[in-house]
Design a protein around this ligand. Structure first.
Ligand code: GLU
Length: 312
């Protein structure tokens, strides 16, 4: 991974930062120092099992019918968001709360979770991926909003996040979005947090990358002053290197996470709403949360009410 450094940074500090970034990269990769397990991470034994619904059929869903013919689902996710969607580069295995939601949905639709083909898709490419059939579903910190509903459908929400700010622990001037004037703020292209800073805090100097992990690298190397996105995502990065990073202030938006589906596939959307309701009721949702996102330090909330909006 390339890292840029300011020429003004003293050598020793640069070396320290490189070490920190390297350690973070390893932690994010979920593969600490040789022989040592990751600091905190989902333990297979604590994760719920999702029994596959036998003889499930959904002939009115073109997405389901195509997946059935193929034999498995293709699900778009993130791969660099701690406790939400993380890919182990050594094994290729994905873990996190979003991944658990994807597995629940797969089982409910009659496909064994182990057969899911995960595909990493960045925030800016989600709608296109669903529209052109590259993926069947998307589960990756995907905020439901009216603008996106014109392009895709959303089951859920299955979690309520809120926009926040991540800064270095040596930062003392930024406590909320009101303090961002003249500060370099990094977020992911195509995300709602990026758009909110652009429209509501125009004095901030916005920097966009494809992913939040690149923003975090830039924060640790003093290239930017803050990273902004959902609290759920930022708390995960902070939990990995608590001596270097902290989340400040209160969440300043509502980000209801939905499962993205092709817009016209109402049958699929309703089947996923039903599956979410079942898993919230039988305790799987909470078990999955506790074993994944709960590790970033926030106790399981009540899941938000499912918004089963009429067929489009
Ligand atoms: N939930 C926000 C969004 O959907 C930010 C997180 C992300 O980019 O995935 O844009």
């Amino acid at each position: 991974m390339p890292y840029r450094h300011s020429a003004r940074l003293p050598r020793t500090r640069t070396a320290l930062l490189l070490a920190v970034v390297g350690a973070l990269a390893l932690l994010l990769a979920g593969c600490g120092r040789a022989g040592s397990p990751p600091v905190k991470g989902p333990k297979g034994s604590e994760l719920p099992q999702y029994p596959v619904v036998k003889n499930f059929r959904l002939p009115s869903s073109p997405t389901w019918v195509a997946a059935k013919r193929r034999g498995h689902l293709i699900i778009g996710v993130k791969e660099d968001q701690p406790y939400l969607g993380e890919k182990d580069p050594a094994t290729g295995v994905y873990t996190g709360f979003d991944i658990e939601i994807a597995k629940m949905m797969s089982a409910a639709l009659g496909f064994p979770p182990r057969t899911i083909q995960f595909r990493t898709i960045a925030s800016a490419n989600r709608e296109t991926a669903l529209q052109n059939g590259q993926i069947d579903l998307y589960v990756g910190t995907y905020t439901i909003n009216d603008k996106r509903k014109k392009l895709v459908g959303f089951a859920g929400p299955y979690y309520m996040a809120g926009q926040s700010l991540l800064v270095r622990t040596d930062e003392h001037d930024i406590h909320g979005p009101q303090d961002l004037a003249g500060k370099r703020v990094c977020s992911a292209a195509g995300s709602t947090p990026y758009q909110r800073i652009q429209s509501e805090y125009p004095k901030a100097v916005l920097v966009a990358y494809d992913t939040y992990s690149v923003c975090v690298d830039n924060l640790l190397t003093y290239q930017v002053d803050a990273v902004t996105t959902d609290d759920a995502i930022l708390l995960g990065y902070a939990a990995k290197v608590p001596r270097e990073l902290k989340v400040v202030g209160k969440p300043f938006s509502e980000e209801p996470y939905g499962i993205g589906v092709p817009r016209a596939d109402n049958a699929l959307r309703f089947a996923l709403d039903d599956a979410l309701a079942v898993n919230e009721k039988n305790g799987n949702w909470k078990k999955a949360y506790d074993a994944t996102l709960g590790l970033s330090g926030v106790l399981a909330p009540e899941p938000p009410p499912i918004d089963r909006y009429p067929a489009t």
